[in-house]
Ligand binder design. Structure first.
Ligand SMILES: [Mn+2]
Length: 289
């Protein structure tokens, strides 16, 4: 795993971010702004749950950093970046604008991205795969409330760690990793995604929704989940050589508010040697992605 230095400006062909949850207290908007300032891409995919309209029904939390993210995305779309927005279940109201534009941002229900090496990847938020986890509506509501409570607890942990000068640590992520039931649900979801992509004849699928960044190759299908900006501060990128990789933000060793972005592909790769998923790029001194 190679560190991307904080002063690096990185270029990639495409970047996928999702589950930013702007408008909710859990959003890590400031960290996302640091990513958007340093990682430049030709195409930016916003893979849903960018704004959390569901949370905003209960309570609106809209600090300046959240507004800055919106402004930054609009600005990128006016420059030379093709920005495509695929609304998710927390911002589903925007689905009514599918096949239209919001400023220069294209809104789509889902789409196909072709990598430099010719892989055809289906890009979708992924809430349509929830059935695989066999959640009843009641279960899902309980799940949502439990998640919200967990994230609230997480903020307390986060605040105390910040006070102690310790880097961010995700309680929610720890629970997911250490609960057999959560692991089963995540696996069922991933398999449903893989089967859907396979049935439709795609080489792979790129989604968000789970807040669980992963690259997994199975049955000849590549499953990529770009993670989130609530717990993981992660993004999926297609580097200039056409490889799909995951990057993750980490607190800077000198200042916990500053981020460094590291190549986290190995960390989040499941069930395969990394080389089997793609041809690894040869890192150059100036470009680590
Ligand atoms: Mn979602």
């Amino acid at each position: 795993m190679e560190a991307i230095r904080p002063d690096d400006q990185i270029h990639c062909r495409a970047m996928w971010i999702s589950d930013v949850h702007l408008g909710s207290t859990h959003s890590k908007a400031k960290q996302l702004l640091q990513l958007l300032d340093r990682v430049h891409c030709d195409r930016l995919y916003l893979v849903g749950d960018i704004v959390d309209l569901l949370a905003m029904r209960r309570r609106v939390h809209w600090p300046q950093a959240h507004n800055k993210v919106v402004r930054k995305l609009m600005k990128l779309s006016r420059r030379d970046v093709e920005v495509v927005y695929i609304p998710g279940n927390h911002d589903y109201a925007f689905r009514t604008l599918c096949n239209n534009e919001l400023g220069n941002i294209k809104i789509r229900r889902n789409l196909v991205h072709e990598t430099l090496t010719g892989q055809r990847m289906l890009v979708t938020h992924g809430d349509e795969l929830d059935y695989a986890v066999r959640y009843s509506k009641l279960n899902r509501i309980i799940g949502d409330i439990a998640y919200d409570t967990l994230m609230r607890l997480n903020r307390w942990v986060d605040k105390s760690r910040e006070w102690l000068g310790k880097p961010y640590w995700s309680l929610a992520k720890w629970v997911k990793k250490n609960s057999a039931k959560a692991e089963q649900a995540i696996d069922a979801y991933q398999l449903a995604a893989i089967n859907m992509a396979k049935d439709k004849g795609y080489d792979g699928i790129i989604c968000g929704h789970l807040h669980y960044p992963t690259i997994r190759q199975q049955d000849g299908v590549l499953y990529c989940n770009d993670g989130d900006w609530v717990e993981n501060c992660s993004a999926l990128i297609e580097d200039d050589a056409g490889n799909l990789r995951l990057i993750r933000g980490e607190s800077h060793p000198e200042s916990i508010k500053r981020m460094i972005f590291i190549d986290a592909t190995d960390e989040f790769t499941k069930g395969m040697p990394v080389a089997a998923a793609y041809e690894p790029a040869v890192p150059t001194p100036t470009n680590h992605c």
